[in-house]
Design a protein around this ligand. Structure first.
Ligand SMILES: Nc1ncnc2c1ncn2[C@@H]1O[C@H](COP(=O)(O)OP(=O)(O)OP(=O)(O)O)[C@@H](O)[C@H]1O
Length: 311
């Protein structure tokens, strides 16, 4: 693309309370060339779930934001600072962007202890005690002397998260950070992320294939297909829940059975976040055992999960 044809920055780009990015990158996908093209803006403290099929460009977008991959063209203005402006030949190196990326493969330093990994990431002049606070936060304080290779997959993920937080990122980028964890541990770490957001007003983008995770961790979701943003809105709406989403907690769950009530109507038994709840089906929806569904918890109405593009 030609930089000289690029329009001037829109008003609000230099706001200290937002990150704006418009990025373009030509990719070689399994089915041929594909252009990743996004233009998005997040408020400080906002949590965005990035959804989309495999190969749609989610990880690439995180790598472009972190500066690990060069954009063909683009601009990132993060909380009042330019990280990238290809028209002006400005491109901050990853260490100068305040972005913390937690990869699927963690990229921990194998020759350092757990504590050493976290201390290494602290900004200059920051008290070393902060590393132990963070290890406490992610439940690894008792393993601080260990080498990463002697941690389980889930513990390595926690360590990668603590290390990313140690750098005090203005933008936390999480690429399926909890995918190696299941059940209780996953929910615990989700709770920690929720708490972090509450305490630090941490801005984050989280790539996830887990609808429950998107609903719990994000207030907004963006759906990317073949490099293009095709939907942007409330996570529950993107998953197809129409009613009640503004007023009620929405949960994701899996249908495990059904039962008849005294009035002859059907109730579905749904396992969600380790608990079993009962819900009726939303109008005109039918569900089968094994289906992933969304439940509007206040009304106890469930409906099958789908990805909507018209929201
Ligand atoms: N540096 C690169 N140059 C060219 N093409 C690339 C590059 N990096 C990734 N791709 C291609 O871009 C496409 C998008 O990859 P990406 O990893 O961003 O997808 P994704 O949405 O994160 O997928 P998944 O959900 O499977 O992790 C893939 O087809 C990939 O092969």
């Amino acid at each position: 693309m030609n930089n000289s044809r690029r329009p001037p920055a829109r008003p609000g780009w230099s706001s200290p309370d937002r990150i704006h990015f418009e990025l373009s990158k030509r990719l070689d996908s399994a089915v041929g060339p594909m252009i990743l093209e996004v233009d998005l803006s997040l408020q400080r403290g906002e949590s965005l779930a990035l959804l989309g099929p495999s190969g749609s460009g989610k990880t690439t977008l995180l790598r472009l934001l972190a500066g690990l991959l060069p954009a063909d063209r683009g601009r990132i203005v993060a909380f009042g600072r330019i990280w990238l402006d290809s028209a002006q030949n400005i491109e901050l190196a990853p260490r100068h962007r305040r972005a913390g990326l937690v990869f699927q493969d963690y990229a921990l330093f194998p020759n350092m202890s757990v504590r050493g990994n976290v201390r290494f990431a602290l900004p200059k002049g920051r008290s070393k005690a902060r590393a132990d606070e963070l290890l406490e936060l992610v439940g690894l304080a008792s393993l601080a002397e260990r080498r990463p290779e002697r941690l389980s997959g889930g513990q390595q993920q926690r360590l990668a998260l603590a290390r990313a937080l140690a750098a005090e990122p203005e933008l936390l980028l999480l690429d399926e950070p909890l995918c190696a964890l299941d059940g209780t541990l996953r929910r615990e770490l989700q709770n920690e992320l929720i708490e972090l957001r509450r305490r630090l007003a941490q801005t984050m983008i989280i790539v996830t294939h887990d609808p429950g995770e998107a609903l719990r961790l994000a207030e907004r979701a963006v759906l990317i297909e073949a490099g293009q943003v095709v939907a942007d809105g409330l996570p529950a709406r993107l998953f197809g829940l129409d009613a009640g989403t503004d007023d009620h907690l929405v949960l994701a769950g899996r249908v495990i059975g059904q039962e008849a009530t005294v009035d002859g109507s059907l109730r579905y038994l749904i396992e969600s976040e380790g608990r079993i709840c009962r819900a009726r089906a939303a109008a005109e929806s039918s569900m089968e055992v094994g289906d992933t569904v969304l439940i509007s918890a206040g009304e106890w109405v469930a409906q099958p999960l789908q990805n909507r593009k018209d929201s």
